[in-house]
Design a protein around this ligand. Structure first.
Ligand code: FES
Ligand code: FES
Length: 214
């Protein structure tokens, strides 16, 4: 039997010791904030905290979490429901586009700031480099991490071009597609509902596409 904690709650597992933690979180506990992307620790969509460190839950076997404290995006906010500073910054900068990568991005950023409360840009970019965003929201991600770290908001206009993710031409095309998607999405759901939906993504309760599995 494997015993551990998830978001402060004692858990135990009698099933496969090799099963990925991500399966347990999503299928056994219904914590679907962490996403399946690549399955081989290359995209960061499945990032959670294990004993305070960011880990890729798609490649963490259940036997590796014995005695561990696991925190997912659903448990990142304080017990009183007060959002984590990273979550607040994410909302302030309106970071999510489609939202798929966002739980992983936030958990990676929160782990970085726990270890290094005032990182320089190079440190932020290095820590976040393994978290891929297909929508190309990298500049907003960097801005939000800066804000969460207490950097001056007036630096928002100084954000350099993305140093990671897709190469320039593909990234630019991705941003155009994302912008078009965003406009269509906003038109279809209306402005205020869109804000609620994005806030939900940040707090770990993403709106689901009809019939889809997020
Ligand atoms: S799904 Fe785990 S890193 Fe991609
Ligand atoms: S994959 Fe990052 S917001 Fe869409």
């Amino acid at each position: 039997m494997i015993r551990f904690k998830v978001n402060g709650v004692e858990r135990q597992w009698n099933g496969s010791a090799e099963m990925p933690l991500l399966w347990y979180l999503r299928d056994e506990l219904g914590l679907t904030g962490a996403k399946f992307g690549c399955g081989v620790a290359l995209c960061g969509a499945c990032t959670v905290h294990q004993n305070g460190h960011a880990v890729r839950s798609c490649v963490v076997a259940m036997q590796q979490v014995a005695g561990a404290e696991i925190v997912t995006i659903e448990g990142l906010a304080g017990g009183d429901g007060d959002l984590h500073p990273v979550q607040k910054a994410w909302i302030e900068h309106n970071v999510p586009q489609c939202g798929y990568c966002q739980a992983g991005q936030i958990m990676q950023a929160a782990a970085l700031l726990a270890e290094s409360p005032h990182p320089k840009d190079e440190e932020i970019l290095g820590a976040m480099a393994g978290n891929i965003c297909r929508c190309g929201a990298y500049q907003r991600i960097l801005a939000a991490v800066r804000t969460a770290a207490g950097s001056s908001k007036d630096r928002a206009g100084e954000i350099p071009p993305p140093q990671y993710g897709a190469p320039g031409a593909r990234a630019a095309a991705g941003r155009r597609r994302a912008a078009n998607h965003s406009a269509d999405h906003a038109a279809s759901i209306g402005g205020s509902d869109g804000e609620v939906e994005r806030a939900g993504m940040v707090a770990g309760a993403p709106a689901r596409a009809a019939g889809g599995r997020q």
